[in-house]
Design a protein around this ligand. Structure first.
Ligand code: PLP
Length: 432
């Protein structure tokens, strides 16, 4: 029995499914998940001493690579000053300012601890500000595990093929209108019917939790214009794409050039540098509706935690243009090698992109993937043999076809060559 097999068996005695987040259980790809004991640069090391090139990067946060020396030393220094003070600290506004300076329309920032909290607060704030009840979300988008946004959600909900979640009341579900992604007519029809009671549209700025789906040209701008026309808010969920798709998130690849800002944004992952921090940001008149200035309540014992703030500041300070250019270059090269391997093995596929983020969708070359129905219709069964062949060759991919692949500044040519070398056999496994 390997150490990971033993650890997984022990974990299953203590935790539901042996995990603290469902996709980690390898449910859709099968097998025993390797338990990790170390991470450095582009590599993970498991409990049996096997090393993997990591293409998950902690699901996004490890932008600079694991255990980046500048983040490690900022964290060590912060730890030495104390772990948590339960009072304001200088670094909170400093991290807030780094976010504000990079993303248009972020006048104010409120730190929270997880992306789920950020979107939950954004939804409550939108309702409080507008005095309306309905929220529009898109099928296949994942915004965390808050009750009102679990319907037709992506990520683990898609991986486990669930329609939503037990435990969400019918009344809560009825306050969320779920529409197909990239479908302007559906949005127009929903506003024509319910416009006076729609508080907000929440969307991933580029969906990455049903696999990656590129928004049609001008789609986010259309959402901004439509919400504005009806007095509703646009909440751009950049928890995954923020400070990763570009130095100013996916907004930097869309709104920045097109001349629009969201009313509210949610951030997470990268801004915590690997520690639990997320944030909500946006227009000052909306944000100032939050307590203590306004009537919408939100709070957190560990919000703005000083160790997490230090990690986030170090991460964003070192996330230079060169970092983003490097990640994009390696991502583009990997996409090309991936297509080459699949083409040689005769595996029909398409590669979906959002900045440096991408994923593969099998059997979709004819029309690509534009929404959740397209993503679900793919030949998903090809992913498990592909995934396991890569894992055996020492490459750690997301354990679900419905997740994006992540690279980091630490993915040097040596790490990339290891990935490239593993691809042909894995593509043949996918063909079988
Ligand atoms: N929003 C998006 C777009 C996400 O991808 C995620 C997590 O993957 C969340 C929100 C929830 O963030 P967290 O897992 O930190 O609660």
């Amino acid at each position: 029995m390997s150490n990971s097999e033993r650890l997984f068996a022990e974990a299953q005695e203590v935790m539901p499914g042996g995990v603290n987040s469902p996709v980690r259980a390898f449910g859709s790809v099968g097998g025993v998940p390797p338990f990790m004991v170390g991470a450095k640069g582009a590599y993970l090391t498991d409990a049996d001493g096997k090393e993997y090139v990591d293409l998950v990067c902690s699901w996004g946060p490890a932008l600079l690579g694991h255990a980046h020396p500048e983040i490690q030393s900022a964290v060590h220094a912060a730890v030495d000053r104390g772990l948590s003070f339960g009072a304001s600290t200088p670094d909170e506004a400093k991290l807030g300012k780094l976010i504000k300076d990079r993303v248009g329309g972020v006048d104010r920032v409120r730190m929270v601890s997880t992306g789920t909290e950020a979107t939950m607060t954004a939804v409550r704030l939108a309702r409080g500000f507008t005095g309306r009840e309905l929220i529009i979300k898109f099928a296949g988008c994942y915004h965390g595990h808050l009750d009102s946004l679990l319907a037709d959600a992506g990520s683990g909900v898609a991986t486990l093929a669930l329609p939503g979640s037990a435990g969400v009341t019918a009344a809560t579900a009825a306050e969320t209108l779920v529409l197909p992604y990239n479908d302007r007519a559906a949005v127009e029809a929903a506003f024509a019917e319910h416009g006076a009671n729609i508080a907000a549209v929440i969307t991933e700025s580029a969906p990455c939790n049903m696999g990656v789906v590129t928004p049609d040209a001008g789609y986010n701008k259309f959402l901004k214009e439509t919400t504005a026309k009806y007095g509703a808010l646009l909440i751009l969920d950049e928890v995954l794409t923020g400070f990763r798709a570009s130095s100013s998130g996916y907004w930097g690849l869309s709104g920045k050039d097109e001349g629009w800002n969201a009313d509210l944004y949610t951030f997470g992952k990268v801004i915590g540098g690997g520690l639990p921090t997320a944030a909500l940001g946006g227009r000052s008149d909306v944000m100032d509706y939050l307590a203590p200035l306004g009537p919408v309540y939100q709070a957190g014992t560990l919000s703005g935690n000083p160790v997490a703030m230090a990690a986030g500041i170090a991460q964003l300070t070192h996330a230079t243009d060169e970092v983003y250019a490097h990640i994009l270059k390696q991502s583009t090269a990997l996409q090309a090698k991936l297509s080459e391997a699949f083409n040689e093995a005769g595996v029909d596929h398409s590669i979906q992109r959002a900045g440096s983020l991408f994923s593969v969708a099998f059997g979709t070359s004819a029309k690509g993937v534009h929404n959740y129905a397209d993503a679900q219709a793919q030949e998903a069964f090809r992913y498990a043999p592909f995934f396991h062949s890569m894992l055996d060759s020492g490459v750690y991919l997301p354990p679900s076809v419905f997740e994006a692949w992540f690279l980091s500044a630490a993915h040097d040519d040596e790490a990339m060559e290891k990935i490239f070398a593993a691809l042909p056999a894995a593509a043949r496994a996918a063909a079988a």
